[in-house]
Design a protein around this ligand. Structure first.
Ligand SMILES: [Fe+2]
Length: 256
């Protein structure tokens, strides 16, 4: 069965992920041990600050895939980006000459917000993206302080077609309590559509996916795990999919 990780920093010397290709290979082994078969590498793209070029990303991905084939390692890497939201994101996606969708499928775009606030143009940019045929996937909204304070701001975006990706480690014990509580609330109310590793290395931020899917199955049932797994596969192939309607959130706010 395919198991896809749609968010990680596995490529070397391009962002805050590994420094050397040897560390990338160690991360690949970690991913395989976590049952992952397909990795979409998503280096950070921060307009004007850290503009990784997708031709460079593609070269790296090809190089790693060659190595993996030579060593018979059962995993394939494809290219993507984690794009920090900026005002002209939708226009740049339409131009298509600097940004990269997940697996280059021209459909799903992994978007990161700042941790401390929600930019005022967020809803507008997500709307423009969807008008142009792109679907925004919000990377780890459980870390955003403004969403934590007012989850309805997240629910509003979800109702307007944004997908939510939670990071695996946010769901594990010992994580920052506020973030973990919020992440679990999102799971409980089926607001999370995707869980992925956001792996950066093999020690502090490893792949963890299998561990987390196992604990999700225990806590929320097997069907939610299989829903999350299938959604990630749909994202890989650039196929739209129907989402689980959120479970009413009447009590949601009382918990904060
Ligand atoms: Fe990330």
């Amino acid at each position: 069965m395919m198991k896809v990780d749609i968010h990680n920093h596995i490529l070397w010397n391009i962002d805050d992920g590994p420094k050397e290709i040897s560390e990338t290979i160690e991360m690949v082994k970690n991913a395989v041990a976590q049952g992952i078969t397909h990795v979409i590498a998503t280096p950070h793209y921060k307009k004007g600050i850290l503009e990784c070029e997708f031709s460079v990303i593609l070269d790296m991905v090809n190089k790693v895939n060659q190595l993996l084939q030579n060593e018979n390692i059962p995993l394939s890497i494809s290219a993507g980006m984690e794009i920090q939201l900026y005002r002209e994101l939708s226009e740049d996606l339409v131009k298509g000459n600097s940004l990269f969708t997940l697996n280059g499928n021209n459909k799903f775009v992994l978007v990161e917000l700042p941790n401390s606030y929600i930019p005022t143009y967020t809803e507008q940019v997500f709307f423009e993206m969807q008008l142009n045929g792109f679907i925004p996937i919000l990377a780890h909204p459980e870390r955003n302080m403004e969403f934590i304070r007012d989850p309805n701001k997240l629910i509003n975006l979800v109702q307007k077609g944004t997908l939510v990706q939670i990071s695996a480690r946010s769901l594990l014990p010992k994580h920052n309590r506020k973030i973990a509580n919020f992440a679990h609330q999102m799971m409980k109310h089926r607001i999370a559509h995707l869980v992925s590793s956001d792996a950066h290395d093999t020690n502090n931020r490893p792949f963890l996916l299998n561990d987390v899917y196992t604990s999700i199955t225990k806590k929320y049932g097997k069907s939610y795990t299989s829903y999350l797994t299938k959604n990630a596969t749909h994202v890989f192939f650039g196929e739209e999919f129907s989402i689980h309607p959120p479970i009413p959130v009447k009590k949601f706010l009382n918990l904060f």
